[in-house]
Write a protein that binds this ligand. Structure first.
Ligand SMILES: Cc1cc2nc3c(=O)[nH]c(=O)nc-3n(C[C@H](O)[C@H](O)[C@H](O)COP(=O)(O)OP(=O)(O)OC[C@H]3O[C@@H](n4cnc5c(N)ncnc54)[C@H](O)[C@@H]3O)c2cc1C
Length: 459
């Protein structure tokens, strides 16, 4: 980086807000489930919107790349600063600014994590219902349009954003949306910045919707001889209109990793985990119907779960599933698919994807938010084995191809990052040219998280 830019950054922020130590650069050179590393030239830790504005104004003037990062749990190279420049680490902007229970909203800085917001909401009877597995930040979740196990009932992050404060790539501070429950005013900028993966600006404040905690919760699980039967069951459960709040599928390999690493007793079979939210009567009758349907689909085992402690332990384990798979495959790299398809096409796409994975010989684990047609296959391979990597990459292409052919998407929730760049044009066609026009209008210098989200022009 130009020493002159470094000098001017030192004028813009305090000394303890800048770090060029090898450990800081190394830490900010890598992401989860992406084994190529690239360090930034410097890490900057803004503490306020004004800090971010100063950094962005300088970066714009000097054409310096900026890569925002928060918890760094995104899967696919989103935060790796492939063009060097500034890694803008937002973790110090972590204050909950306001909770307005009577309007069902909260205002937070971007590094507030969703578990911390929910802890602060405990006494209000409200909660923020998006729960990706990692303890992600709300700014990161807005930037990837994250979802999680509860999206089938409460929606994804985009559905729960009322407004944002954003510092644009040219250093302008803007507000999008507001506090009204609905609005038809202007273009939908809140929704545009949501899912932009830090390529259109830096989110410095979020106004999020909250929802009431359910009066009653009941769980059910059903294990089947094979994955196809699980998916047939899920399709029926969803199409029957039950008040499903969670609907997750884990295959026997994923359950094995959880048993081995987390010591949770679960059947050694592909299993569907359900949760119902509502009042006492509705969750009871929904879970009864779910068990009846399980019997009709010849479940090997089906049971109801009413104990809140046991349910929490189960979902904690589900959230730890990725780390369990990594722990039982020490030293191996991995890739994770994230396709989402219409629920009616789920069975054929999962089957085709499992067949493609099996041909690679790689250890493979299936986990799915199948209630909304989204599933992940995680494939492991030795980092230095080029042939194994090539086999896994080819299978990945095939799996995404199956999802797109079924009317699906290459990424249901993780976002594009670097991993899904090859599929964006196939999914969106000439829509990519419109995306580039938006990118160019907002970021004329091309400095915001370059190399991510959109394939190279014409690519
Ligand atoms: C074990 C595990 C389980 C997971 N489960 C799920 C899941 O169920 N559902 C799901 O959706 N995801 C899941 N993820 C992925 C990840 O948690 C989400 O993508 C999450 O939204 C990332 O948040 P973060 O704070 O870690 O963001 P980071 O990884 O730090 O950043 C993510 C992206 O947002 C940008 N960014 C971050 N903060 C800002 C900001 N303030 N302004 C502008 N851009 C910003 C970054 O540049 C990057 O492109 C999982 C990850 C792990 C490790």
């Amino acid at each position: 980086m130009d020493p002159n830019v470094l000098e001017r950054l030192r004028d813009a922020l305090r000394a303890d807000q800048l770090d060029t130590s090898p450990s800081a650069l190394d830490l900010h050179a890598r992401g989860e489930s992406w084994d190529a590393v690239h360090p930034p030239a410097i890490v900057a830790y803004p503490e306020s919107t004004e800090d971010v504005r100063r950094v962005m104004a300088l970066a714009h003037e000097t054409r310096t790349p900026v890569t925002p990062v928060a918890v760094n749990s995104s899967l696919g190279g989103h935060t790796v600063p492939v063009s060097g420049g500034i890694s803008l680490d937002l973790t110090r902007m972590d204050r909950i600014l306001e909770i307005v229970a009577e309007d069902f909203l909260a205002v937070v800085q971007p590094a507030v994590t969703y578990p911390r917001l929910n802890e602060a909401l405990r006494a209000t009877g409200l909660f923020f219902p998006v729960d990706p597995g990692a303890e992600a930040s709300l700014g990161g979740m807005a930037s990837t349009n994250a979802s999680g196990t509860l999206a089938v009932r409460y929606g994804v992050t985009r559905d729960l954003l009322l407004g944002l404060e954003v510092v644009t790539p040219t250093g302008q501070v803007i507000r999008t949306g507001g506090r009204a429950p609905k609005s038809s005013s202007g273009y939908a900028l809140t929704q545009l910045f949501c899912g932009a993966e830090g390529t259109l600006g830096v989110i410095t404040e979020l106004t999020v919707r909250l929802v009431p905690r359910p009066e009653a919760i009941m769980g059910a699980r059903a294990a089947f001889a094979d994955v196809r039967s699980c998916v047939g069951y899920v399709t029926d459960v969803i199409q029957s209109g039950l008040p499903v709040a969670r609907c997750e599928l884990l295959d026997a390999a994923a359950i094995g990793a959880i048993r081995q690493h987390l010591g949770l007793e679960l059947p050694d079979l592909p299993t569907v985990f359900l949760e119902f939210h509502g009042d006492d009567a509705s969750v009871r009758s929904a879970s009864e119907l779910a068990l009846d349907l399980a019997a009709e689909h010849a479940a090997s085992e089906a049971s109801r779960a009413t104990d809140p402690e046991a349910l929490s332990a189960l979902w904690r384990a589900r959230h730890q599933a990725y780390y369990a798979m990594v722990a039982v495959n020490p030293g191996l790299a991995n890739v994770i698919t994230d396709v989402a398809v219409p629920v009616s096409r789920l069975a054929e796409v999962i089957e085709g994807s499992l067949a493609a994975a099996e041909r690679t010989g790689a250890p493979t684990y299936l986990i799915g938010h199948v209630g909304d047609g989204n599933f992940h296959l995680t494939l492991f391979f030795p980092v230095d084995d080029a042939a194994a990597r090539a086999r896994v990459e080819a299978a990945y292409d095939e799996m995404v191809g199956l999802a797109l052919a079924a009317g699906g998407t290459c990424t249901g929730e993780h976002g594009v990052g670097l991993r899904k760049l090859p599929y964006v044009r196939a999914e969106h066609g000439d829509g990519v040219d419109v995306m580039w026009a938006i990118k160019d209008a907002l970021d004329p210098g091309g400095i915001m998280n370059p190399g991510k989200k959109l394939p190279a022009r014409g690519g």
